[in-house]
Design a protein around this ligand. Structure first.
Ligand SMILES: NC(=O)c1ccc[n+]([C@@H]2O[C@H](COP(=O)([O-])OP(=O)(O)OC[C@H]3O[C@@H](n4cnc5c(N)ncnc54)[C@H](O)[C@@H]3O)[C@@H](O)[C@H]2O)c1
Length: 342
């Protein structure tokens, strides 16, 4: 089978991470170009990828590729992904899908029309430790889950001189920490537990004054059968003990994922068992790319497809709206984008 020819578009922070992880797929993937409006950035990333050239405008490289990985600021996601889909290219789009509901609906429709793959890069869904948790919960190996807790504690300082300055402004970012980063974990919770029934969000700029919306947020959600979950996320952590961790309390044990150590444990009443060990740290970029290539090669629908990812964003928008009104968000009347397009 011919290798998929890909352009990496947007050569900032996350692109450098991607660039160092393509080597795992040389039998299926050829990265032909690294593209950035700042050519020096494109050159620096192209230098990390065997055989890639640097370019300034993604439209110039579209005729030479089958697929694009868009790692650009959020306010550009819609226009760039629409262009690439219209040109018949497969798109792996960094999260979030887009900044508004109508832009997201456009992308869902365009991906149905195009017959190509549109996958949202919710990389945590491809993490081997988090996938194992899904299997254990679905199989009820440790009984019924009744509480999930997720912590993401990092220091993301944005200032007007650094490259990420676009992300300070809600008009570019589309929201605050919850929308930009918490979207990974709302998506993950919905994958584990289904659609939430009700929930609340409180956010604050205190501690992260560089953000125009919240840099720290607390979400609490209630699911079917009274199952509860929360995500605590901050971009203001000057230190951290839990860093990136997930706890799933089940009726027979508590599952713990320590993403920094790369470990999954079961805490039993009298024992602690290591269930799985992975390489510490790192984002699961290889597994994410592998799924994207599987979808291109087989026509399979991505696990993290546009319609499903919009559903997670709908939850976030409802949480923000309820916070502004000082009420509890209820999700019973959420639109079903899938049903409109399939
Ligand atoms: N999956 C993850 O864990 C993760 C982590 C960080 C960022 N992201 C996502 O990746 C995307 C990029 O974030 P980042 O932190 O790398 O941002 P960044 O600001 O570091 O990089 C963005 C790059 O896009 C370039 N760019 C801007 N306009 C462009 C255009 N028209 N054409 C080509 N390039 C253009 C900028 O020059 C910059 O180099 C966002 O969607 C973000 O949410 C994902």
């Amino acid at each position: 089978m011919a290798r998929t020819r890909l352009a990496l578009v947007g050569c900032g922070g996350i692109a450098r991470n991607h660039a160092q992880r393509f080597a795992a797929h040389t039998d299926r993937l050829k990265v032909v170009a690294a593209v950035d409006v700042r050519l020096e950035q494109a050159r620096a990333v192209a230098d990390l990828i065997d055989g890639a050239v640097a370019a300034e405008d993604y439209r110039d490289v579209l005729p030479d590729v089958d697929a694009v990985l868009l790692a650009t600021p959020h306010q550009l996601h819609h226009a760039m992904a629409m262009d690439c889909l219209a040109a018949g290219k497969h798109v792996l789009l960094e999260k979030p899908l887009a900044n508004t509901r109508s832009e997201c609906l456009d992308l869902v429709a365009a991906s149905q029309r195009s017959g190509t793959v549109l996958m949202v890069a919710y990389c945590m869904r491809y993490h081997p430790l988090l996938r194992r948790v899904k299997e254990l919960l679905d199989a009820r190996t440790y009984g019924e889950v009744f509480q999930m807790s997720i912590w993401t504690e990092q220091l993301t300082v944005l200032d007007s001189d650094n490259f990420g300055r676009w992300a300070m402004d809600v008009h570019n970012l589309g929201g605050g920490q919850l929308f930009s980063h918490g979207c990974h974990y709302i998506d993950l919770l919905m994958w584990y537990l289904g659609d939430p029934i009700e929930g609340v969000h409180v956010g604050t700029r205190t501690g992260t004054p560089w953000m125009t919306m919240e840099g720290t947020s607390n979400v609490a959600l209630k699911f079917d059968r009274g199952v509860l979950a929360y995500h605590f996320g901050t971009w203001g952590a000057r230190g951290s003990r839990l860093k990136y961790s997930l706890h799933a309390h089940c009726t027979d044990a508590m599952l713990e994922v320590d993403l920094i150590a790369g470990k999954l444990y079961a805490h039993l009443p009298q024992d602690k068992v290591e269930l799985l060990a992975e390489s510490p740290g790192g984002k699961p970029m290889e597994q994410e790319m592998s799924h994207f290539l599987d979808c291109i090669e087989t026509g399979r629908r991505p696990d993290t497809n546009a319609a499903e990812s919009l559903r997670g964003l709908e939850v976030i928008w409802k949480l923000y709206a309820a916070e502004r009104q000082g009420v509890v968000a209820r999700f019973a009347d959420m639109p079903h984008p899938q049903s409109s397009f399939e």
